[in-house]
Ligand binder design. Structure first.
Ligand SMILES: *Cc1c(COP(=O)(O)O)cnc(C)c1O
Length: 428
């Protein structure tokens, strides 16, 4: 599968860095001396521009008090809409279809509360058995809120191999009992990209509403949600988009659904010109803004302002191109350097279905991750036996990748991992 296009020396890694047209973006980020950060798929690093925009919002609070809602460089009242407009190109949406609001979990609740309308025989929700737990919990509670039992009304498509999903199996599960589908765009463990276009077409043929969780794809791969005619999507902005821990999330609603009453309404669901009329009858916004609830968490919105500038300058197509190249390079090095050490590559190797991270499996994964951290390399561990390694196009270098694989090799040769317990940390 892997073409042997790479050389395995450190000099070659440095040569790749010299040729990398995105290399200068690394200087935009705070990267601790001696640290190799490969966890941008869990929490992206802090950039100088994200820090700057956060401080600018604090300044507007200092300077304007309540008038910060309409005054200053980034008036708060329209900021969620303005940032939605800037995120739209990253997912192939129109400006008014995107809003920055809530968290992934609350946005799942909002979208499902809005789109899940059990009727007649069509009463069930379909998901998969590899997705992130919060998605499962939220969907199960939405099924319960409608008065159904999740044991019978929440269906999870099974993976055949425990790592990836077959689109054919998902399509087969799209029966006339399914009212709504939520699936990940990229699986958080194996990094498999699902064919969103095909799945949306098949769902629509059967009269089913379909949404995607883009947490592991936004800022990592390109999307064409409008072209694919996806009904809705949700995501967090603190992974590849580097908007900071707990950063405010986003949602997309296809414009064909504008006017649909928000399942969970609040005064920020209002048409913005009517909001301060303080009426007890809600007039919802005519765009994705209708699916906001309360006052935006502005201090957690602020870093996104600066962070998006970096994406606008780098260009998503360029970032994806580098990501594919640097992950290919990493897989090739792993195959060459870590042979017969008990590792198995758990991510798809094909460019078309490989997301932004590498997933390495090993029975000692938990303590290998601890040994990597002790050596300054930051991966993350995913139970039961996975090591996720994300060389992020904006700030990881080819030399980082080369060094990490060398460090991993040394950890295995010297059995350094045996100094640690094979048990995950509280936050893994
Ligand atoms: C990171 C992630 C989440 C996180 O949800 P929060 O509400 O931000 O805690 C949810 N779903 C997926 C698939 C994720 O990768």
């Amino acid at each position: 599968m892997t073409q042997k296009a790479f050389d395995y020396t450190q000099d070659y890694a440095c040569e790749l860095d010299k040729r990398d047209e995105l290399a200068s973006f690394r200087n935009e980020f705070y990267i601790k001396e001696g640290m190799i950060y490969l966890d941008g798929n869990s929490l992206g690093l802090c950039s100088k521009r994200a820090e700057k925009s956060l401080l600018e919002i604090i300044d507007s609070w200092k300077e304007f008090g309540i008038d910060g809602w309409t005054e200053g460089k980034y008036p708060w009242y329209e900021l969620s809409e303005k940032l939605g407009e800037r995120i739209a190109p990253l997912i192939g949406a129109a400006s008014e279809e995107v809003i920055v609001t809530g968290s992934t979990t609350t946005n799942i609740h909002q979208m499902v509360a809005t789109f899940y309308e059990p009727k007649g025989k069509r009463t069930k929700i379909l998901a998969d058995d590899l997705t992130f737990p919060t998605d499962i919990y939220a969907l199960q509670s939405q099924v319960k809120l409608k008065g159904y039992d999740p044991d019978t009304h929440f269906v999870q498509v099974k993976s055949r191999n425990g790592q990836t999903l077959e689109e054919d199996d998902i399509i087969e599960a799209m029966t006339d009992e399914i009212a709504l589908i939520l699936l990940p765009s990229v699986l958080y463990r194996s990094g498999q990209i699902l064919d969103m276009k095909r799945l949306t077409e098949e769902a629509h043929k059967r009269g089913i509403v379909i949404g995607f969780d883009l947490c592991h794809s936004i800022g990592a791969i390109e999307h064409n949600l409008d072209e694919w005619n996806v009904d809705f999507a949700i995501w967090c902005n603190y992974k590849y988009l580097n908007a900071g821990p707990g950063g405010v999330a986003g949602l997309y609603v296809n414009k064909t659904h504008f006017g649909r009453v928000p399942g969970l309404a609040g005064w920020f669901s209002s048409d913005k010109s009517k909001q301060f009329d303080m009426e007890h009858t809600l007039t919802p916004a005519e765009d994705a803004g209708a699916y906001q609830m309360g006052t935006p968490h502005l201090l957690s919105v602020a870093p996104l302002i600066g962070s998006l500038e970096i994406f606008e300058e780098a260009g998503m197509a360029n970032l994806r191109k580098k990501s594919l190249h640097i992950t290919r390079y990493m897989m090739d090095l792993i195959e060459h350097e870590l042979k017969d050490m008990g590792f198995a590559l758990g991510n798809p190797t094909d460019d078309a279905i490989r997301g932004g991270h590498i997933y390495l499996e090993h029975e000692e994964a938990a303590r290998i991750c601890k040994a990597l951290k002790a050596n300054g390399v930051i991966p993350d561990f995913r139970a039961p036996n996975g090591i996720r390694l994300a060389p992020v196009a904006l700030y990881s270098s080819y030399e980082d990748v080369w060094k990490s694989v060398q460090i991993l090799k040394k950890i295995m040769q010297e059995e350094q991992y045996k100094q640690f317990e094979n048990k995950r940390e509280v936050v893994a």
